[in-house]
Design a protein around this ligand. Structure first.
Ligand SMILES: [Zn+2]
Length: 253
């Protein structure tokens, strides 16, 4: 635009290899369900393509805000994001936890629940279970922009987990955690639950009981000079709970 050229929109990524195109506003180049005279069929109208019939996997709630068309293999998907989605609050449970997202185990809660390694449909299942059973869930704030969590640290809080977490493909891990936290946050909004993001600095390495800096001779254990060995992920989860103001995080105990 600065060069005086016409800015085309929307643009396809990567020539013939594009897999996603997004329209930022319903009604601008695309229109969801644009044939109300056919109430039994759902259509999306795409500029330059026309009306395309879609199979709706679940009813649309709220007001359609953006529309993406996405290719996965030979199938095409329409992905909607919506505003003003009505809440469907779940009953209170009294449980409040800190959740540590880890390497050997996917997640450890401050009250002792352990979620193992990722399987298929894993993020949604884990998020659903936490949302169903907890009123408040605390997690570390992920540095999604840099795709590095506490391992790399920040200017204020230099990384302390570098040694423990080096040698792994961090970007893949962090992308997985970020995706999980996105799913968790979305489900929490819908269910009226609260997600608290805490500063991730030193959650793994400071003793959750006394605050002393621990050593971490192995991935799964930290050793506090005063309190002795502690499961590393549980220690992290309890620090996360404490930082979120959830007490010791051991609500159920
Ligand atoms: Zn200690």
């Amino acid at each position: 635009m600065k060069a005086g050229q016409k800015a085309g929109y929307p643009r396809f990524k990567g020539g013939d290899r594009f897999d996603t195109v997004e329209w930022p506003k319903d009604g601008d180049g695309c229109r969801w369900n644009s044939q109300p005279e056919h109430p039994t069929a759902t259509y999306v109208r795409l500029q330059g393509i026309g009306h395309v019939r879609v199979v709706q996997h679940r009813p649309v709630q709220g007001t359609v805000k953006t529309i993406s068309v996405k290719r996965e293999g030979r199938r095409w998907y329409v992905v909607l994001s919506c505003d003003d989605v009505p809440e469907r609050p779940l009953p209170a449970t009294g449980r409040q936890v800190g959740v540590d997202l880890g390497v050997a185990r996917f997640a450890t809660t401050s009250d002792g629940e352990i979620v193992g390694n990722p399987r298929a449909d894993f993020h949604h299942k884990t998020a659903r279970a936490l949302i169903a059973s907890c009123d408040v869930i605390a997690v570390e704030k992920l540095n999604v922009a840099g795709m590095t969590r506490s391992a790399a640290g920040t200017v204020d809080a230099p990384g302390v987990n570098v040694a423990a977490k080096s040698g792994l493909n961090r970007s893949i891990l962090d992308a997985g955690w970020a995706r999980f936290v996105n799913i968790l946050t979305g489900k929490a909004e819908e269910a009226g639950r609260r997600i608290v993001f805490v500063n991730p600095a030193r959650t793994s390495i400071d003793c959750h009981r006394c605050g002393t800096r621990c050593t971490r001779p192995r991935q799964d254990t930290v050793i506090c000079p005063a309190c002795g060995p502690i499961d590393a992920d549980t220690n992290g989860a309890r620090n996360i709970a404490t930082r979120a103001g959830l007490g010791s995080g051991q609500a159920a105990a």
